[in-house]
Design a protein around this ligand. Structure first.
Ligand code: NAD
Length: 457
């Protein structure tokens, strides 16, 4: 890593953020509005970059750019809503007030699979909150980062440096984590990565926002509408080639509908169109790398060696022989297998039956990760139990939709090994600001809190 380059990036970021934070928030929002307009204009070109690098099918790439646009719209509104509370003071003629100020520089480390949307979650909020951003994209998606930076540069006038790209891998990410000048590290990627960087940031008592791996499950109840359910499962398990943090990996199906559900899933997986992501009708593109393919095959082999029933998962030679296309795998398990406890970033769906909804919820929660979860049911008692404090322990809990494909309006993220962070909608903006509690005395006396006496005589 070139240390001088890095220092230049940080210095530029410090200079621009010290100016940017003085601009009134609604004016910062205006820049984000223009950025959103630019993304609209460039939508097709940016989507092409995503398809080229992350190998997503066209509709998903367009959807990802749309997500970035949606984030701009959200942040524009937010720029007039960075509310602080006013609390009643216990003292006469006093006011207690919360103020929110920019934190400075946000260091943003992102994963390959959402090369633009995750940046937009972070940047749009960070920017309206008054911060600059240093972005270390995944080495798989530097072109996407350059593409989106170009869009920012074209509308940002004197504030082009607000977005700085710092390309690299682990070493560059660690430099950001170690650096006291970085006021928030927002990192998206594997749990392994999170476990390695969290102690580095904590050692300097820095702020960190983690969005890590998932191991998401869905429960299919006897009353479920199976047509809708199969559709939801297929997109969640196979869409993006099983390479979403929210991809569906484990399925618990009530024993009375298990056979029917598995038969339908087999047919559905068989009918999926796997092919070059630039082709109009392709539903599933290739895996990101040979390493991903090898990991998937190792897991499937280990299951087959134990006599577990695995359907699909084989490589398909389509177009470029250097790309790794696979048929999604359906794995029918009689008991919880060790392989199910980890996130394999590939389209493998484990299916197990259950008798009692409470057991299904227990199995769903009984993994280290806590990102996304779903229940398919038309029984209000089951769905309410699933959403209750005794239900799903994940950051995302859905009813009658799959585990993936979240909207930006809600806070996104999960518990346990998923890292505990929340980004995107709701009040996630608070992560990008520092809170000041101000007490204002507009009277002529100086009463102390809690009735403490301290008279000067
Ligand atoms: P990854 O962990 O390999 O890499 C993510 C980023 O971290 C990259 O920029 C990479 O260069 C950097 N990095 C990797 N190892 C590092 C280390 N030891 N120290 C410092 N930096 C390191 O992840 P990936 O393969 O790009 O993406 C897939 C993973 O990301 C999956 O686990 C997925 O669930 C997760 N993910 C989570 C979310 C979420 O919001 N929770 C969103 C997208 C992806």
């Amino acid at each position: 890593m070139n240390k001088n380059n890095y220092d230049n990036v940080v210095k530029k970021s410090q200079i621009v953020s010290s100016e940017w934070m003085k601009i009134p928030a609604p004016q910062r929002g205006e820049y984000i509005r223009l950025f959103g307009e630019e993304l609209r204009k460039e939508k097709d070109n940016l989507a092409e970059l995503i398809t080229k690098e992350a190998r997503k099918i066209k509709t998903e790439s367009l959807g990802e750019v749309q997500e970035a646009i949606d984030m701009c719209d959200f942040a524009v509104g937010l720029s007039r809503q960075l509310y602080g509370l006013t609390m009643p003071s216990e003292r006469p003629n006093h006011r207690l007030q919360e103020l929110w100020h920019p934190i400075g520089i946000v260091g943003c480390i992102t994963a390959f699979n959402f090369p633009m949307a995750v940046f937009a979650w972070n940047f749009c909020l960070a920017a309206v909150c008054g911060n600059s951003i240093i972005w270390k994209p995944s080495p798989h998606s530097n072109g996407c980062a350059i593409g989106i930076k170009k869009a920012w540069d074209s509308i940002s006038g004197d504030y082009a440096d607000l977005v700085q790209i710092f390309e690299g891998g682990k070493e560059e990410a660690v430099a950001i984590c170690e650096d006291n000048r970085i006021n928030l590290v927002s990192a998206t990627g594997s749990t392994q990565m999170g476990k390695e960087i969290a102690p580095i940031v904590s050692a300097r008592l820095g702020k960190i926002l983690l969005e890590l791996g998932g191991n998401n499950a869905a429960i299919v109840c006897p009353s479920a509408d199976l047509d809708l359910t199969i559709k939801g499962i297929a997109f969640s398990a196979c869409g993006t080639t099983g390479q979403r943090c929210t991809s569906l990996r484990r399925l618990f199906v009530h024993k009375d509908i298990y056979k029917d559900c598995v038969q339908r899933l087999e047919k559905c997986f068989d009918d999926l169109i796997i092919g070059c992501p630039t082709k109009e009708n392709s539903q599933i593109g290739p895996l990101i790398s040979k390493e991903s393919y090898d990991t998937m095959q190792e897991i499937l082999k280990s299951l087959r060696d134990k006599g577990v029933d695995v359907i699909g998962g084989e490589r398909l030679e389509i177009e470029d022989p250097n790309e790794y296309y696979v048929r999604p795998a359906l794995v029918m398990v009689e008991k919880i297998e060790d392989e199910m406890m980890q996130e394999t970033f590939a389209p493998i769906l484990y299916v197990k039956n259950y008798e009692d909804i409470k057991d299904a919820i227990h199995m769903q929660n009984d993994v280290k990760q806590g990102l996304s979860s779903s229940i398919f049911t038309n029984d209000i008692r089951e769905s309410e139990l699933f959403l209750s404090e005794s239900g799903s322990d994940c950051g995302i809990a859905n009813v009658n939709i799959g585990t993936s494909g979240a909207e930006i309006g809600g806070a996104f993220g999960g518990e346990k090994d998923t890292g505990g962070g929340r980004e995107s909608g709701s009040d996630a903006w608070k992560n990008y600001m520092r809170r000041v509690t101000a007490t204002i005395n507009y009277g002529e006396e100086l009463p102390l809190a809690q009735g403490v006496e301290f008279d000067e005589n």
